[in-house]
Ligand binder design. Structure first.
Ligand code: HEC
Length: 126
């Protein structure tokens, strides 16, 4: 093969590499917002009976704890977000194995990812 042709192939593969990296970066940046948007919808469906999930939602009433017969108010998602911050591992663990009166939640893993992403997005410090 001629030197010029080899040079051309190198140039093309280098450009292709850049393009692939650029695509990866842009999806990494843009993927976050839609996931949180899906999580917001899922949270409104599954969590808003007890938690204030969005700023616009009226805070729901307290929930009866069947063990202690006390009324317990579920914290607003904005408070949960501030409490857990970047600690999504503990947040996930609580949602998968909650304390009463919050009941066990059953999720597909990507639904839980979306809900956790939504809660993270409410943390105004990040
Ligand atoms: C039946 C009512 C109910 C539903 C539905 C519910 N929760 Fe809760 N949740 C509670 C209550 C009450 C607490 C407070 C428990 C406590 O402090 O002992 C709580 C606590 C939490 C906490 C822990 C907050 C902390 O201070 O550590 C997280 C996280 C949480 N809920 C997430 C969720 C998510 C996500 C959903 C929906 C998928 C959900 N909850 C649905 C009632 C509920």
């Amino acid at each position: 093969m001629k030197r010029e042709a080899i040079h051309r192939i190198k140039e093309i593969s280098w450009l292709a590499g850049i393009a692939i990296i650029a695509c990866g970066l842009s999806t990494a940046v843009y993927a976050r917002a839609p996931v949180a948007a899906v999580g917001r919808i899922l949270a409104i469906q599954s969590c808003s009976a007890c938690h204030q999930v969005t700023d616009a939602q009226m805070p729901p009433g307290a929930v009866l704890n069947p063990d202690s017969l006390e009324q317990i108010r579920a914290p607003a998602f904005a408070q949960i977000s501030a409490k857990y911050g970047k600690n999504t591992k503990s947040l996930r663990a609580f949602i998968l194995a909650p304390r009463h009166p919050m009941r066990e939640q059953k999720f597909l893993p990507h639904d839980l990812d979306a809900i956790v992403a939504y809660i993270r997005s409410l943390d105004r410090r990040h």
